[in-house]
Write a protein that binds this ligand. Structure first.
Ligand code: NAD
Length: 264
């Protein structure tokens, strides 16, 4: 195959359906010649993920609940049965109780705080531990984050705190793994209508606000996140690690609503 990722093998984690950010990245990676494996959460998602994987030439699927160490071990054992090495991993996974993705952050429960941090933050570190055992120099690990880590966004609440921790973990992982030539980065995506996003209160309003107030005056697509991921996953990004690449139509640089933006 030709392309930026020709001859490279990548694991895509977090594909739920064709709206998933993981799907935007998988399509872009496959188009650039990557050979892909997919992990999905629970048997119920298998029937959705299977045809999507097939459409990009992959029949390599494995179930994995990232909250479970045994399940993670199982995924990487399965991976090793077909692949002796791994070039990149995309971690597009996050979860919180949607009852706490509305209202006030201050009301977050201990149970949901711990669970959100476990699934949305620690899981990336747990994946890095296992993936790097199969990776050589040039390996690339990528996770997805959101601006709610940096600034307070309505209803993002405990997920914002978790994304802040995820972004910090990207920096620590980059330092640890850089000695082995392995890079670790994040993409901070603007709001995109996905299954996970639909759990966030007033998400339509957040999308509209970003559309009206970002420098590009629009929202981004999963395909645009896919294109940016190609840079971080391929040799184009060989000098970049510990980075948080914003793919948000520029929203993160704006300090104040522009005068041409109508009231919403
Ligand atoms: P999505 O619902 O398509 O994907 C979320 C995925 O997480 C699903 O595939 C789900 O199965 C998986 N998941 C949840 N808990 C899991 C577990 N215990 N084990 C294994 N998998 C689990 O939604 P998405 O928006 O594509 O989310 C992907 C990533 O992008 C998330 O980290 C999300 O926070 C991030 N993100 C999304 C947006 C947005 O606006 N959609 C913006 C910035 C960042």
């Amino acid at each position: 195959a030709n392309g930026l990722l020709a001859g490279k093998r990548g694991l895509i984690m977090g594909l739920a359906n064709d709206k998933s950010i993981a799907w935007g990245i998988a399509k872009a990676a496959a188009e650039q010649g990557a050979e892909l494996a997919f992990s999905y959460q629970g048997e119920a998602l298998k029937k959705r993920v299977e045809p999507l994987a097939a459409s990009v030439g992959s029949d390599f699927l494995a179930e994995c609940d990232v909250g479970d160490e045994t399940s993670l071990d199982g995924l990487f054992t399965t991976l090793k049965t077909r692949w002796d090495s791994l070039d990149f991993v995309v971690h597009a996974i996050g979860f919180s109780d949607k009852n706490e993705l509305r209202g006030r952050y201050v009301d977050t429960t201990r149970g949901n705080f711990t669970m959100t941090m476990d699934i949305s933050v620690y899981s990336f570190t747990a994946v890095c531990q296992r993936a790097t055992a199969m990776m050589g120099p040039g390996g690339s690990l990528l996770t997805l984050t959101y601006y709610g880590a940096e600034k307070v966004m309505p209803h993002y609440n405990v997920m914002g705190v978790a994304k802040a921790a995820l972004e910090a973990s990207v920096k620590y992982l980059a330092e640890d793994l850089g000695k082995d030539g392995i890079r670790v980065n994040a993409i901070s995506a603007g709001p995109i209508k996905t299954l996970a996003a639909s759990g966030i209160g007033d998400f339509r309003y957040i999308m509209k606000w970003n559309e009206l107030n970002s420098p590009l005056r629009r929202n981004v697509t999963q395909e645009e996140v896919g294109k940016a991921a190609l840079y971080l996953l391929s040799d184009l990004g060989s000098g970049t690690t510990g980075e948080n690449l914003h793919v948000d139509a520029g929203y993160h640089v704006v300090g104040m609503k522009a005068v041409d933006a109508p009231d919403i």
